[in-house]
Every structure is written in C-alpha cells, then in structure tokens.
Design a protein around this ligand. Structure first.
Ligand code: AIR
Length: 177
C-alpha cells in the first residue's frame, strides 16, 4: 500500500469516522480501530497520512473532513507522534489519539507527544496501542446522534459482562479431580 491510499470499509454508507495513521508499518495495530467500528456498525475510512512525511496531504484531508461528513477523527502514530496534535489544530471535530509502540522507546515517546496537548487543542488520548478502545470511544461519540450505534454498544458490553461472569463462575467451582 502506498502512503496515501484510502482503505474504505465495505459499507455503502458514508464514513462517520476517519482513521489516520502515520505509516503502513502501523496497520496491524490500527486495523483494530476499524474492525471495532465495523463490529458496531459505524462506517469509517482508514488512511495512511504522516504529519511529517506528507504534511500537505494530511492538512488537505483534515481540513475537508467535516464537510465530507466525518464526525470523529482517530489519529494514530508512533515515535515523535505529532499527528493527533496536528489533526486537532486543523479541525473542530473531536480527535482521539492513539500512541503506538513503535521504535526503541516502545511507545513512551508517542504517548507523551500525543497526550501533552496545550489547552484549547484537545486530543482524547487512549492507551499505547489502544486502537480498539479508540474505536469504542469514537462509537460512543457518534452514538449520541445514532441510537442504533448506542444499542450495538450496549449489546457488545452485555456480551463482555457475560463472558467475564462465566469465567468468574467457573473459577468458583472446585477442581474436578
Ligand atoms: N511516524 C510517521 N510519520 C511521523 C511519525 N511519527 C511514525 C509512524 C510509525 C513510526 O513513525 O506512525 O509508528 C515509524 O514509521 P516507519 O514508516 O519508519 O515504519
């Protein structure tokens, strides 16, 4: 995949969430944001854009995002991760930052670069490699407007609760032998 290729999901409806990531090398982790959104029925698009390597294309994408109908942006990057900050300073859409564990510092550099934003330019930063939670958070934001997404979030939460309750119940059983 080249650095500007758009990867859209299979849904026909227009994307509500735009996922940006700094490099093709990030995709194994970043795909989790996309699959989470797809599980929750939230149309999204994923694009490889770097604040440092393709700054003009990044700004073009971010500045046109709102008028194209996007409602939330997820920005993922490793190392000197300025992508989420650049996105938040060029759009009034809510921005979720995902610091990635790339390079010798294993994500600590990306975490600090993403989370320590100046006031007035917020980035809601999730955990290092927290792409799945970025998907859930984006879904919660759009769920304020789309009740079907809220219902799917609730159903997904119920499945998780049941799964861990079953595990806890099994733990209480005495060993069979
Ligand atoms: N990156 C790309 N442009 C700016 C930054 N910070 C990040 C990517 C990736 C890391 O640098 O998001 O996590 C290494 O990228 P690459 O392409 O060298 O593998």
């Amino acid at each position: 995949m080249n650095e500007t290729q758009i990867v859209t999901n299979e849904r026909t409806s227009a994307p509500l969430v735009g996922i940006l990531t700094g490099s093709p090398s990030d995709l194994a982790v970043v795909e989790k944001a996309r699959t989470t959104l797809e599980e929750l029925g939230v149309p999204c698009e994923l694009r490889v854009l770097s604040a440092h390597r393709t700054p003009d294309l990044t700004l073009e994408y971010v500045r046109s995002a709102e008028e194209r109908g996007l409602e939330v942006l997820i920005a993922c990057a490793g190392m000197a991760a300025h992508l989420a900050g650049v996105v938040a300073s060029n759009s009034q859409l809510p921005v979720i930052g995902v610091p990635l564990a790339a390079g010798p510092l294993s994500g600590l550099d990306a975490l600090l670069s993403t989370v320590q934003m100046p006031s007035g330019v917020p980035v809601a930063t999730v955990a290092v490699d927290g792409a799945r939670n970025a998907g859930f958070l984006a879904a919660r934001i759009v769920a304020r407007k789309y009740p079907d997404v809220r219902e799917r979030l609730q159903a997904a939460a119920a499945v998780e609760i049941k799964r861990y309750e079953d595990i806890a119940t099994d733990n209480q059983k005495p060993p069979t032998s």
